[in-house]
Ligand binder design. Structure first.
Ligand code: NAP
Length: 438
């Protein structure tokens, strides 16, 4: 039997290796080429951390507690496996919101055990538990609201005047209670309960007003969610404070219905001929491409055009689709080479020299109102300048609006033609048309 000191050293060493595996995994997840192996490395880290905790630390736990832990892991594992296998690509944001929420809930639960337990703690432990409990509780309730919105269970954003002051008031009251808990000032179970109740309320209050153009998975979720939110906020040219405290995403009916003009339809056969005789085409994928699962057909079309001598590029907006990297993942799955894919900064100047901008199921990310209409909820958000192309062909099923619920001035421009239909079917027709054009 190894000594207690040896067990302690082995445990710490294992945690260090697990942490290194997490970091390596995260690093590899940052590129679509290495993302799958990144998930595996991080999973290995989690397995190691869990096993070590069970074997070394859990050896001193009672049989009943160990059985509870193993049972919870088995149950959670089965639920995660089944839901991970079944979830549709378009429902991934909701899934991530739920996962983030569960992570926050777990952190809050651990903190609650510490704070309710009333064990002798020094101020550092109490501070860590209080901060962890706060972030966890806010994340938990905020993520559940984000989930409900993404799933369409909550369709309205709750807003009232003075809302940001109410939110600030809840934040301050939570901070006061947290301070009392840390310093031990009248900090019994009622104060701890009030602290958690207010933190949960704050998560709800912060997430409820965010709507329209932006409610993302894990909006207020600890470090991971904050990073995601910051990425989104940057992509939409908004500050984090603006997103959380200013009812961001609200669309006025004037802005939503402000576009005048008529959309002009085009047949796939005509669009195909135009594309076959183009020199340069920029393809802009959006949420509709994900819904239709059209990525393989789109790559088939692109290859055909390349064989015709057309220069083809893919332009990806950072918030296209419903989660960061959504379009990159789909195009990578279809086998589109990375050197054909450009992000907004790289490609935007090139639209002016494109013969055709082919928009496939994208809407908000190519809405020129973001540049010109100060009343628009997406005003100021950088967009892909598809409207600068000589011709624009838009594939969508009908007159449906995008996520932000506003009309799109691009669709009524002189050089724009609408190819109505499901993205996969419409792209298949384009393939036939390009082939027929010789
Ligand atoms: P979008 O603005 O939501 O527009 C998607 C368009 O696709 C719709 O107008 C719809 O029009 C069309 N469509 C739907 N199903 C289709 C199908 N089967 N075939 C063809 N077209 C179809 O999409 P986006 O331009 O990608 O912009 C993303 C939006 O989501 C932004 O507002 C962004 O802020 C928001 N958002 C992004 C994230 C993220 O992390 N990426 C997260 C949350 C929210 P029809 O109904 O007429 O077909």
């Amino acid at each position: 039997m190894p000594s207690a000191a040896t067990i302690q050293t082995l445990t710490q060493l294992s945690y260090l290796i697990a942490a290194a595996l997490f970091i390596l995994g995260l690093k590899r997840m940052s590129s679509p080429v290495t993302a799958v192996s990144g998930v595996r490395w991080a999973g290995l880290g989690m397995l190691l951390a869990t096993l070590v905790t069970l074997v070394f630390v859990g050896s001193s736990a009672s049989a009943f507690n160990l059985a509870l832990v193993v049972g919870a892991i088995a149950l959670g594992g089965v639920i995660a496996w089944v839901s991970g296998k079944r979830v549709a690509m378009t429902d991934m944001p909701q899934m991530i919101a739920l996962y983030n929420g569960m992570g926050g809930g777990a952190a809050a639960a651990i903190a609650a055990v510490e704070l309710y337990g009333g064990n002798e703690h020094n101020v550092v432990h109490l501070t860590m538990a209080t901060i962890g409990g706060f972030i966890g509780a806010v994340s938990f309730s905020g993520s559940l609201i984000a989930f409900a919105k993404l799933q369409g269970l909550i369709t309205k954003s709750v807003r009232f005047s003075g809302q940001k002051f109410v939110n600030l008031g809840i934040l301050l009251a939570t901070a006061v209670l947290g301070f009392m808990v840390i310093t031990g000032l009248h900090a019994g179970a009622p104060e701890v309960s009030a602290f958690f109740a207010l933190a949960l309320l704050l998560g709800v209050a912060m997430t409820l007003p965010i709507g329209g153009a932006m409610i993302i998975a894990g909006t207020v979720v600890g470090a991971a969610g904050t990073l995601l939110t910051q990425l989104m906020a940057k992509a939409m040219n908004r500050s984090l404070g603006n997103v959380l405290f200013s009812n961001f995403g609200e669309s006025s009916s004037a802005a939503a219905g402000g576009v005048t003009g008529t959309q002009k339809a085009i047949e796939a056969s005509d669009a195909g001929v135009m594309m076959a005789y183009s020199q340069k085409i920029i393809i802009v994928p959006g949420y509709g491409l994900a819904v239709a699962q059209a990525q393989h057909k789109v790559w088939e079309l692109a290859q055909l055009l390349i064989d015709h001598g057309v220069k083809v590029r893919f332009a990806i907006h950072p918030v296209a689709g419903r989660m960061p990297g959504h379009m990159n993942v789909l195009l990578a799955e279809a086998g589109v080479p990375y050197d054909l894919i450009s992000d907004l900064d790289e490609i935007n100047a090139e639209f002016e020299t494109a013969d055709v901008a082919l928009i496939i199921g994208a809407n908000d990310v190519v809405n020129p109102d973001a540049r010109t209409n100060k009343g628009s909820p997406i005003y100021g958000m950088p967009i892909l300048s598809a409207d600068k192309a000589k011709n624009v062909v838009v594939i969508k099923r009908g007159q449906g609006q995008g996520f932000s619920g506003i009309d799109n001035a691009l669709f009524v421009l002189d050089q724009t033609r609408m190819l109505y239909g499901d993205a996969q079917a419409a792209v298949s027709q384009l393939i036939q048309a390009v082939k027929a054009a010789g």
